[in-house]
Design a binder for this molecule. Sequence first.
Ligand code: ATP
Ligand code: MG
Length: 434
Amino acid sequence: MAKYNTSVKGTADVLPSDSYKWQFVEKKMLETAGLFGFQEIRVPVFEYTEVFTKNVGETTDVVQKEMYTFVDKGDRSITLRPEFTAGVVRSVIEHGLINGALPVKACYVGGCYRYEKPQAGRMREFHQFGAEMFGAADPSADAEMILLAHSVLKNLGIKNLSLEINSIGCPECRAKYHAALKEYFSSKASELCETCRERLDRNPMRILDCKSPVCGEIADGAPVMIDYLCDECGAHFEGVKKHLDTVGLNFRVNPRIVRGLDYYTKTVFEFISGDIGAQSTVCGGGRYDGLVGQMGGPQMPSLGFAMGIERLLMVMASQGTSFPEPKAPDIYIATMGDIARLKATKLCTDLREEGFCAITDVAGRSLKAQMKYADKIGAKFSIVIGEDEIINDSCVLKNMASGDQTEVKLSSGLTKALYDGMILSMAEKVLQEN
Ligand code: ATP
Ligand code: MG
């Protein structure tokens, strides 16, 4: 297939007939985050490559295999964001937000880019909603992030998700765990995949996250981090669990969850759906107490999560979740002749100022073709105007669904009739619902 008329592998278009679903989901996400005191942050789609290599972690799949990196015309190494956290951390440090009122709460929506093998639920351009909180050490902050993610998913009408949590400790207790893991995996090194054999020395915990079934089976027998938590990390984890219990949010402790990125400490969590096959994690997050310091800021306990919007839409499709239908055009103004066309432009302008969706012919089509189009786009009302209607200041307003016709004044009657029609249909809806 020719390259000039196909989209790039692993990318997808959202067509006008489908975009209302995305708008609904994104609006709900930002609204829900607002209830928790989070405001939107918008960071660039690309950053200096070091922002990601240094902070996502050199031994992660994302950095080792998945980044879209290129040299720009000014000889800079640039990378399309594979995730938001590193860029958001860069931004809040650069603009001094973390020197103001703490905690800083920021959320985001946008595209991410990873060179992965495209398949159901795995794209090269995909979209995330996420939230980050900076300057909050208490276990209640971990619970609040989990509750925010949970509220978003609930407000979207998504059902049957399970919450899995784990603690991967702090650098101190993790060092002991790494040693134990290394010993365990070294004894099985010959069976591990090539990438995992390389990870053995540098970051044995990554092996727990490997997607290869053989490595997965070996990982099932590995020592678990919670057995190695220091007193502080253990108490923190207990605190998080207590908060979740208090609000009655069910969860399962899963010692296999380590998350794919290097910066996590203490709490990590995932929301998993049983409805979309292998790519079942719709949301992942956790605490990253070392990241702000590592990026040149002060030592600052912080945490966040991200959810994949494509995967959420897949779950919603499989569960038959309903979306509020987009608004149909209120009126279609069909025209006969050039003068009517001028008049229609003026009428549409006035109606749009009143907040109505008004459509008229801009393709120069016959009356018959215009009415066919009005039908196709689902206009609620229509009128036909020619010179007679303009001279007599009168037209016939047709209710497209019922066929009912009423005579109204062109100059002043349309707005009122549309308002009345709107009130009528609202009343009918209320009656139907009761
Ligand atoms: P996975 O284990 O599925 O590869 P991950 O650990 O790489 O996920 P994160 O980096 O934590 O994922 O990203 C958060 C969320 O973004 C994931 O839970 C998922 O919903 C979504 N996501 C990640 N990669 C992709 C992708 N390539 N295509 C679509 N969605 C994705
Ligand atoms: Mg991944």
